[in-house]
Design a protein around this ligand. Structure first.
Ligand code: FAD
Length: 402
């Protein structure tokens, strides 16, 4: 049961110390969750989170909040399924209302290759106990009558994979829920503290340079989202990640008409309606690599037009706001978690366009790795050396844009 009143809604201002058992760079969902599970599951509380802006200011507070487990490889299905299950009880675990809402997720097919892809997704999901079924066009219409089945007269909808448990959850509440509980358990959180360098002594990371001075650390976790290659540059090695902007926008509020989350791999967009009534529209990453979070008009124009092809009622609505976040994209569209060639420097990265839904499973697994030194089997397939060993975890076809 959620308690109705909390005494502490705001974060304590912690004073930056000189030394911690664990320093986590980045106060996004992944850094905050790892700190929370370190304290809760392993009693490791001498932990500092260093966040150069404010918590949740990166991808965690900019994403489109889709939770799903309908991936394609056994390793990713297992991993995201665990995260999905953890999200189901997260509000109770953290005693923080997160407005989780089960919607059902339709992944539309407008072409023969996508029909094959979505059929395959449904079968693979079923093998691992994930609730995804393939629907023909008539069944798609029954599940989501608001859809224009002719796709604006240009791209008729031929079928879809339907993942009934697909859900949304408030992103800033996830960040705040983890932060408040981590801090209550003894973790210190420092906003406005930027890591500007790593101190490496004989191949081992011994601490971080910050705008507030040097901070010694037993272990350092980089959880900086789209900025991970800046951290690995500081450490003197390279990883196969390229950062791309990803944009999204919402319309003004409208009466509640759209229960489902609807994605189209052929049209490269997805649409849902928030609890405030705003219709939320997202798309593919921008095709160029950049650290820019500037939003663009061509994105808005082309994305709106594709969204109207699916939902003609959108043509009446005005756009309320638009924003951009950064995505740390791996070549196989799977995350990159674990140890690096620098001793005591770990990464939680490669979260690309799909990392919000992974926060609980990654947080608990990274905490276990840091506390025990043993890689939990759940995240072993996502190690950095998979590329060297030719063991990529190919998820491009199902990572989609959310
Ligand atoms: C528009 C958009 C829509 C998305 N939709 C979805 C979705 O529906 N579902 C889904 O699962 N995923 C989605 N994603 C992806 C998801 O948002 C990210 O994968 C996830 O939020 C990454 O979390 P993180 O904790 O790794 O990084 P972030 O939340 O980006 O946090 C990293 C933090 O590190 C800080 N930082 C960086 N460098 C330093 C430094 N040197 N020193 C100190 N601090 C530093 C930053 O300020 C930032 O706060 C979307 C992303 C975007 C942009």
């Amino acid at each position: 049961m959620l308690k109705l009143f909390r005494r502490h809604q705001y974060l304590r201002q912690d004073t930056l110390g000189h030394s911690y058992d664990v320093v986590i760079i980045g106060g996004g969902g992944h850094g905050l969750a790892t700190a929370y599970y370190l304290a809760r599951n392993f009693g490791i509380r001498n932990v500092a989170i260093l966040e150069r802006s404010y918590i949740g200011s990166g991808g965690t507070g900019r994403n489109t909040t889709v939770l799903r487990a309908n991936y394609k490889t056994p390793d990713t299905i297992r991993f995201y399924q665990r995260s999905f299950e953890m999200y189901a009880t997260l509000a109770q675990d953290l005693d923080y209302n997160m407005l989780r809402s089960e919607r059902g997720l339709l992944w539309l097919a407008h072409s023969d290759p996508q029909i094959r892809n979505q059929r395959e997704r449904a079968l693979q999901n079923q093998q691992f106990g994930v609730d995804t079924v393939y629907l023909d066009a008539r069944q798609v219409h029954d599940v989501c009558p608001e859809l224009d089945m002719s796709g604006g007269g240009k791209r008729p909808i031929l079928g879809a994979a339907y993942h009934a448990p697909g859900a949304t959850i408030r992103h800033d509440a996830v960040a705040w829920g983890y932060a408040i509980e981590a801090q209550r358990l003894g973790v210190s959180i420092h906003q406005g503290v930027e890591v500007t360098g790593l101190r490496i002594d004989r191949g081992r990371c011994v601490g971080v340079e910050t705008n507030g001075g040097f901070v010694a650390a037993g272990q350092v976790l980089s959880a900086v989202g789209g900025y991970v290659t800046q951290i690995t540059n500081m450490a003197g090695f390279r990883i196969p990640i390229v950062t791309h902007p990803l944009q999204a926008f919402v319309t003004e509020s409208y009466k509640p008409v759209l229960d489902r989350i609807v994605a189209s791999a052929d049209l490269h967009i997805y649409v849902s309606q928030s609890s405030r009534g705003e219709v939320l529209i997202g798309a593919e990453i921008d095709p160029y690599s950049s650290y820019s979070t500037r939003s663009t008009f061509p994105f808005l124009a082309s994305c709106s037009s594709r969204a109207i092809d699916l939902f003609p009622f959108l043509a009446k609505l005005r756009i309320l706001r638009q924003w951009t976040g950064l995505c740390d994209m791996t070549p196989d569209y799977s995350p990159l978690m674990g140890v690096t060639e620098v001793d005591r420097l770990l990464l939680s990265s490669g979260w690309g366009t799909w990392g919000f839904k992974a926060i609980p499973a990654s947080g608990i697994s990274m905490a276990e790795l840091i506390a025990t030194g043993k890689v939990p089997p759940l995240i072993a397939p996502f190690a950095l050396d998979r590329f060297r060993r030719d063991l990529a975890v190919p998820e491009r076809a199902s990572a989609g844009t959310h």
